[in-house]
Design a protein around this ligand. Structure first.
Ligand SMILES: NC(=O)c1ccc[n+]([C@@H]2O[C@H](COP(=O)([O-])OP(=O)(O)OC[C@H]3O[C@@H](n4cnc5c(N)ncnc54)[C@H](OP(=O)(O)O)[C@@H]3O)[C@@H](O)[C@H]2O)c1
Length: 246
């Protein structure tokens, strides 16, 4: 992976204890950033994440239990540290039959996947420094729709729109805001059974013939956060092995 220099930067990665978020955190640490890492419920995974860090990296990580859907939790993140880079990564996905989709699930999915990035974006545009950058993790589901999780697809489509609004709003202070839309990435967001099915499906329908790995998302996020992307804002970058070109 290309290495980026984020020394002197403080990055916030929501949902950074697992999967894609964790790969982004590790890449930021490799670039010598300080990283505020959040999670909401899985203390075991959070502890395992912390234990996996070297002593040096541990000193550069501030791990916080913080629900991105809570205004108070989000506000306090920005009161603790001078955050200069943001990755809105935390997200939830529950697949099922459309007729079984409850109001409660709809509201929770939208609260975590969309309202969370809105509140983080609002705080960042208030407190963040000139020259800051934000990346929102959307999804191919937001571009194509999805019959197994329409709540998720709607939240991720709206996140692309929010990204463009925040890019317009942030430009006055030279704060860039972009999105990354991953395709099918091998993480714990899917059950083991779902991953087996996805892997078989990937061989048939993804031009590159395989699932993506979290580290392959991290590289694109770091590029968009870095000075190498200094004239890119409001963009949604597909990282999906060719599954969707839109
Ligand atoms: N994997 C894919 O194929 C794929 C494709 C497209 C887009 N994405 C997106 O990529 C992002 C990361 O997905 P992933 O596959 O890495 O998922 P994952 O392995 O399930 O990890 C999700 C992370 O988010 C945290 N989280 C969940 N709800 C939260 C909340 N309310 N507040 C704060 N943190 C919360 C989780 O911690 P706790 O469990 O402790 O809460 C965990 O650290 C999501 O936005 C997802 O929609 C994934």
């Amino acid at each position: 992976m290309i290495s980026f220099d984020f020394q002197q930067k403080v990055a916030l990665v929501t949902g950074g204890t697992k999967g894609i978020g964790r790969a982004i955190v590790m890449a930021l640490l490799q670039g010598r950033a300080r990283v505020v890492v959040t999670y909401s419920s899985d203390d075991v995974a959070a502890d395992a994440f912390l234990q996996s860090l070297t002593a040096e990296n541990k000193q550069r990580v501030n791990l916080l239990k913080s629900d991105v859907a809570s205004r108070q939790d989000v506000r306090s993140l920005f009161e603790k540290e001078p955050i200069t880079l943001v990755v809105n990564n935390a997200g939830i996905l529950k697949q099922g039959d459309f007729q079984d989709l409850t109001d409660e699930q709809w509201d929770r999915t939208l609260a975590v996947n969309l309202k969370g990035p809105f509140m983080v974006g609002q705080e960042f545009l208030k407190h963040g420094p000139k020259g800051g950058a934000m990346v929102n993790i959307s999804s191919i589901g937001g571009q194509t729709g999805g019959s197994k999780a329409p709540d998720y697809a709607a939240s991720k489509a709206a996140l692309i729109s929010l990204t463009r609004s925040l890019a317009r709003l942030g430009s006055a202070r030279n704060i860039r805001v972009n999105a990354v839309a991953p395709g099918w990435i091998k993480t714990d967001i899917f059950s083991d059974e779902q991953l087996v099915n996805l892997q078989q499906e990937a061989a048939k329908v993804i031009p590159m013939g395989r699932l993506g790995m979290p580290e392959e998302i991290a590289g694109s996020v770091l590029f968009l956060l870095s000075g190498q992307a200094s004239y890119i804002t409001g963009h949604c970058l597909n990282v999906n092995g060719g599954l969707h070109f839109g």
